[in-house]
Every structure is written in C-alpha cells, then in structure tokens.
Write a protein that binds this ligand. Sequence first.
Ligand code: DAH
Length: 347
Amino acid sequence: MIKTLISQYIEEIRSARIEDFKDRAAEVEQFRVRFLGRKGVMNELFEQFKALPADQKKEMGIALNELKTAALAKVEEFKNFVEQAPELNDRQDLTMPADFSQRGSRHVLSVTMNEIADIFARIGFTVEESVEIEDDWHLFSALNFPHDHPARDMQDTFFVEKEEGKQEVALRTHTSSVQVRVMETHKPPIRIIAPGRVFRNEAISARAHCIFHQVEALYVDKKVTFADLKQTLLYFAKEMFGEDTQIRLRPSYFPFTEPSAEMDISCNICGGKGCNICKGTGWLEILGCGMVDPNVLEACGIDSKEYSGFALGMGVERMAMLKYQVRDLRLYFENDLRFLHQFDNII
Ligand code: DAH
C-alpha cells in the first residue's frame, strides 16, 4: 500500500514542471512544504514507516530515500529556475493567445515624403527645412513676384501681418521660399530638396485643403541645363511610379522660373489608355518646374552669368493620391483609423 503511494509521489515529483506554475516563486515554496515540510508527505510517510514490521522496513526505507532524493532534487531545480529567470516568475497562462497591442504606424504622407526624399538622396540631394511663417521677401519678392503683380494671386495667402509700409508676414504658401533661404546662405553647387507644410486660404473640399505638403527641389551649379532637369524628372517619375512610367512636359508659367513647365506622367491606373482618374487623357499632372529665373539667382546673391539652375515643386498629397488611389484630400487630415490602417504596411 505505502509502496504504491510512494511510487505515485515519485512519479508526481518527477513530472512536475515549472512551466505549469503561475506564481512561480510562491508555488515552488508550496511544493517544498508539501513534500519536505514538517507536516509534509515525507514526514508523514516516515511515521508510517516506523510502524512497519521489521521485515518490510528495508524495502520501504529504500523507496522513502528515493522519494526524498527526488523531492530535494526537484526543489533545487525549481529554485535555480526561479533565480535565473526572475522575469518569468509572474508569467500567467502560457497557452493564452498573445495580446497584440495596437502599434502606431507612419502616416501615409510622411511615408510618401520620405520616399521622395530617398529618391532624391540617391542622386545627391540633401534635405533642407525652414520656417513656416515667412516674410514677403522669401515668399514672393525674391522669387520674382513683382509687387502688385497678379501672379501673387496665384496663391491665396494667410497673412499674419499686413500693415501699410511694413513687410508682410504670412504662413508660407509654398516651399519655394526655402530656395531663397538656401541660396542666400550657401554657395553653389547647391543640390537640395525642401519638404514641408504649406498653407493656403482655400475652401476645404475633396480636391483642396488649407494645409498641405510640398517637396521643392533645387539644383544650382555651373552649366546646369534644361536637359539636366528633364533627366532628373524622368528618373524621379520612374523611381516613384514604376519603370514603365513616361513623362511629358507642357509649357507653363511661374514667376521664379524661365522657361517654366508642368510635368505629366503616363497614367499609372490605366497605363495611358484613358480612364476617369486621368479624365480620359492618359496623362496625370504631377509637378511644376523650370530653369531658375536669373532674377532669382541675383536676388539671392548668386551670379547668374556664372551659374544656372533648375527647380521643381510638387504636392505630396497629390503624389500619395496617385500612388495609393486616395480619392479625397480631407482623409489625410481626419485621422480616421479605418483610413490610417490601410497604410500600416507600406513601410
Ligand atoms: N511653388 C509652386 C507652387 O506652389 C510649385 C513650383 C513650381 C515650384 C515650379 C518650383 C517650380 O520650384 O520650379 O505652386
């Protein structure tokens, strides 16, 4: 009888696993007390052993010894475990499904802006950032917008200060102001991009917002030509929208570039056949660009006889719209999780 009981205890001790304990340190102690404590299994069995007839004592003694050794060894093993991995001691049910806490992810506009920056970084452009509240000089005058010229109305401006006889101060309407700041303080060669937030006094709709983002690029050096601009544009379009992308340039007007152009890419939705995104034309308007007007170089203290340059500017929201087929500008700013989560995996 006692012998079977002892074998069962030995079996129980040997098969006990620390992983099954919830509160490890406390349960190891309970385990020790149960077998080796003053009122524990071991002592109880020893009492029974003492009462046995002499001829059974030898066999039972051996069995009891085995039980004690097993219990001591197990307690030792458990204690080592608890000491070595204290962080595991309060582990709860290991078979429970993991709790996947929600991780934040980058906003699609940040991802797109980083991607544009990476593409330009690969051909030697560095990132410049500057102020969002700008004066008239950096926003307009140095960029060859003559005072009272209708070109100033191309961009509806939020003025911070607009007093007769004082320099106007406004939320920047474009990142072209960073061109001026960089050219004023750096000697060519200049090869920068300026990503950032811009503001325009526009009614909010699916296609317009009062806050949006632009990336401006500027390259100034000796002998920079329109061919350099075209090749840079083609490289950018292919990197951004895929190897098969084609570009076309249409003449345009910006005060700060001469000549100026707008670049279209072949529609990445229909492959150029014509669809409702490209309004049946097969082309999507992407960005403005041109050769930096000599007046701008001179205004920034760069000799326009020695140096020339190109510039380009694009809207980040529009890039992301075309790349990820976002249909409404407002979605970018509402921070609806159902929208944001769609971009969890884009980088
Ligand atoms: N600043 C222009 C805008 O906000 C975009 C732009 C057009 C930038 C042509 C340029 C450029 O650098 O060359 O509409």
